[in-house]
Write a protein that binds this ligand. Structure first.
Ligand code: UD1
Ligand code: CA
Length: 456
């Protein structure tokens, strides 16, 4: 059967108490809605419709690159009304899979099972059994166990409220019947809304089978309504991703203390200490070791490199056998070749550092090209910014930059050149020579310390 997917995302999400629409709140670093969309895209659907309302422009902008059809629900008149907005664009011979934009962790296999319950003579509804079903629509079954209707909390009697099986809201329904039923919905209930759930009674009346699929875990069908639930889902995803890393051979000092907000690719025997935050695409080669409290974003770290504690690495490429940190910051567009040492309180920005070069202490290397086997002394600064433009510094192979050198760019330090400690280098330093640029030291003979004047 051809398939149309409808994602309901028009709700306001008042309980988030946020200016950001609920479905754009970040979960594992990405909008909640993107997680739903990822799962939806795993089906070969003819179209994915997103029903939007409140904050719509912001949602559309955030997901502008996605292959979806946007359907406006100008007024939030209920879940049934929301689905009805998408129906004009859906042909009668389609199956319709209804998802919620704020139920992000549902898995493809579960939805596949749900979809298999749907045909011309049957529809599927995803349910789950909760210890505390308060607030949800209850699934009412007859004595034979057939689903006969769904009753909302606010419309339910005491007996119905005691039912533990609830409606997750996710359904699979044949389009032709769905269209007919949605047109017949009434809002004569306690909330004055057009309930999608009322189609169940209509289906039963039409002699159709309503097949309930019970979700394998509660987490899969948990909706996000406030920041507490958001944190619950985040925790669940975190645990899952930590587990995946361990399955792939990574040793985690503590699986509860790692945050993965993106995709991490790993080699063999990687070790990650506590409080690592990995964002975006992170690639860790064989035997890479990450010390405690490191933030790694969109970066590649080659084999046998050790990152000491408290480093920030953002869009940098780190070669093999490097030693980085503690307290180092590698900024975007930095490329470090093999056997490089970047030590404490060293910042590297948009620079290439050659094989075996070292900058071990208190240094800024920005817009620099550093050759191989270079030693950059403590407190060196590439003075790359004149207040208007950025300029490059080039340091040749084997150069030795004395501690406290100010390299006023644009400037070149030749291969095997030395600069004297404390030099302010404004002109190119030639190959193989010592260049000094500092005031000559003098000692004043007969100098006396000033004396305190006697009080009058
Ligand atoms: C709904 C179900 C309830 C189920 C619960 C699961 C109905 C009548 N009730 O209740 O049986 O147990 O979900 O969480 O369907 N939405 C729109 N437009 C609207 C209203 C809602 O797009 O006019 C979207 C929301 O953004 C959300 C979803 O539909 O993604 C569910 O809406 P919500 O208000 O949370 O539904 P409930 O009333 O809690
Ligand atoms: Ca809800």
């Amino acid at each position: 059967m051809p398939l149309s997917i409808v994602i309901l995302a028009a709700g306001q999400g008042k309980r988030m108490k946020s200016d950001l629409p609920k479905v754009l709140q970040p979960l594992a670093g990405r909008p909640i809605l993107s997680h739903v969309l990822d799962t939806a895209k795993q089906f070969n659907a003819d179209a994915i419709h997103i029903v939007y309302g409140h904050g719509g422009e912001q949602v559309q902008k955030a997901l502008a690159a996605e292959p979806v059809k946007w359907v406006l629900q100008a007024e939030q008149l209920g879940t049934g009304h929301a689905v009805a907005q998408a129906m004009p664009a859906i042909p009668d011979d389609h199956d319709v899979l209804i998802l919620y934009g704020d139920v992000p962790l549902v898995r493809q296999p579960t939805l596949q099972t749900l979809l298999e319950q749907c045909n011309a003579k049957a529809m599927g509804v995803l349910t789950v059994v909760l210890a505390d079903p308060t607030g949800y629509g209850r699934v009412v079954r007859d004595n034979a166990g057939n689903v006969v209707r769904i009753v909302e909390q606010k419309d339910a009697n005491t007996k119905e409220r005691a039912i533990g099986e609830i409606n997750t809201g996710l359904m699979a329904v044949p389009a032709a019947s769905l269209r007919k039923w949605l047109a017949e919905l009434k809002n004569d209930n306690s909330q004055g809304e057009y309930y999608l759930t009322d189609i169940i009674v209509m289906a039963v009346r039409a002699g159709m089978k309503v097949n309930a699929v019970i979700a394998p875990t509660e987490m899969e069908v948990l909706g996000v309504n406030d920041k507490v639930q958001l944190a619950q889902l985040e925790g669940s995803l975190r645990a899952e991703r930590a587990r995946e890393l361990m399955i792939n051979g990574v040793t985690l000092a503590d699986p509860a203390r790692i945050d993965i907000r993106g995709k991490v690719t790993v080699g063999r025997d990687v070790f990650i200490d506590v409080n690592a935050v990995l964002v975006g695409d992170v690639e860790l080669g064989d035997r890479v070791r990450i010390g405690p409290n490191c933030y790694l974003k969109d970066c590649r770290i080659a084999a046998d490199t050790e990152i000491h504690p408290n480093c920030v690495i953002d869009r940098a490429v780190v070669g093999p056998r490097n030693v980085i940190g503690p307290f180092a910051r590698l900024r975007p567009e930095s490329v470090l070749h093999g056997d490089v040492h970047i030590g404490n309180f060293v910042e590297v920005k948009k620079s290439e550092i050659g094989q075996g070069s070292k900058a071990n202490h208190l240094t800024y290397l920005g817009d620099a090209t550093v050759g191989s086997k270079v030693n950059v002394g403590a407190g060196t600064v590439t003075v790359n910014y004149d207040g208007v433009n950025k300029h490059r510094t080039e340091i040749g192979d084997g150069a030795f930059v004395g501690s406290g050198s100010m390299l006023i760019a644009p400037v070149k330090i030749g291969p095997n050149a030395n600069t004297g400690a404390g030099s302010t280098i404004t002109k190119d330093a030639p190959e193989g020579k010592l260049t000094l640029a500092r005031a000559r030291q003098v000692t004043i003979e007969g100098w006396k310390r000033p004396q305190k004047k006697p009080k009058e």
